[in-house]
Design a protein around this ligand. Sequence first.
Ligand code: 8OZ
Length: 394
Amino acid sequence: MNLARSVAIELAHFAPKFQVRPAFQFINSTQPFVTTLFDPIQLGDIHCANRIFMAPLTRCRATPGTDAPNALIAEYYAQRASAGLIVSEATQIVPQGKGYTGTPGIYSVQQEAGWKLVADAVHAKGGKIVAQLWHVGAISHPDFQPAGALPVSSSPYNPGGTTYTQNGKQERVEARPLELLEIHHLIAGYRHSAEVAKRAGLDGVEIHSANGYLLEQFLRDSINKRTDEFGGSVENRIRFAVAAVDQAIAVFGAGRVGIRLSPVSAANAAMRDSDTQATYGALVDALAARKIAFVHFIEGNTGGARELAGFDFAGAKKTLTSAGVAYVGNNEYDRTLAMASMKLGNLDAVAFGVPFISNPDLPERLRSDAPLNVADTKTFYSEGANGYTDYPSF
Ligand code: 8OZ
C-alpha cells in the first residue's frame, strides 16, 4: 500500500438560497454577507453544522475475517463528529471490490452491525456521516479475491505496481473484463450496499468514482476499450457511474447521495482520458440533472499537486450551483486556502483528509487558528489505536 498517499482536504459551499446571514449583520447592512467555513450548509437533505468536511481516509482497521467496522472504528469517527460531514473510508460493496488488507465492507450482516455502531456513535456526538461505496476493480490482487480469482475491470487492464497481501508484497496482475451480466449484478450491488447503509442508520452515501478504481476504469477511454453499451461513447462510459448513483438515489433519495470524482488525477497510475473535459463534463451534467446532494472533487493530483489543467472545475461549480448541488473541494487545502476559496465562492465546503487524521477537533482548531498536530504517516494503515484514536484535542 502506498504509505505516501495521504489524501484529502475539502471544503464545501452551496447554493445562495441556503446561505446563513452572520449574526452581526443587519437586514439593511450594505456589507455583502460572506459565507465562511464555519457556517452551516444544507447538503440536500443532510444538515451540516459547518463546511469543514472529513474526507474519506483508508485506515485498514476493520475486523479481520468479517471486514466489519468495530468499536475502535466507531470511537475514531465519534472523535471527529464535529466535522460538518464525515465521508467514511472507502468501503467495498462486494468481496470482489476489495484491494487492501483491513478495509471494511458494506454488504454483510456483520458489516451492517458494525456500521450501525459507527452511525450511532457519530450521531450521539451530533455529527453526520455518509458511507463511501467502493469497488477497486483492477486495483486488487487474486490474494484478495474469492477463490483467488482474477480482479475485474472494464477491459483487460494491468494497473502495474505492487500491493501487500497476506502473502507479502505482490505484483499486480492483468484484470479480466467484466461480462455484461456481471456489470448489472454490480449495479445491484451498489443498491444492496446503499440499503445496508440505510439500515445501519448512516446519513447517506458517496459513490467512489475516483482515483483509478472500478468506476473510473469505465469512465476513462485510456482504460475502457469495451464495445458494448458500457464502452465507446462518453454516454456509454459514464453509464456505470450514473447507474450506481441512480441505485443510491432509489434507496436514499437524491438529497442523501454524493459522488467523488478526480478528473485530472493520475492516482493508481490511471492514464488520463483522451478528452477529460468532455467525459467528466457529461458526467457532471448527468449528476446536476439528478439534483444529488453534492459532488466531491479531488482538485489536481490526489494527495499531490493542485494542477487543475484539463478540466474546468469552476465551470462544474457553476453547473452544479444552478442545479442546487453542492460543490465540495478537496486536495491539499490548508486553512488559508480553504478560507480564501470559500470567500471567492469557488466551493461550498472543503474536505480535509490528513489534517483530520491527527486533529480530531479540526473545525475548532481552524476556527481559533490553533496549531495542528502533525500526522504520523507510519500509522496511517497500521493496526490498533496507536496513531488512530490517540491524537489529542487542543
Ligand atoms: C489510500 C490507500 C488505499 C486506498 C483512494 C480508497 O485513493 C483510496 C485509498 C487511499 O481513494
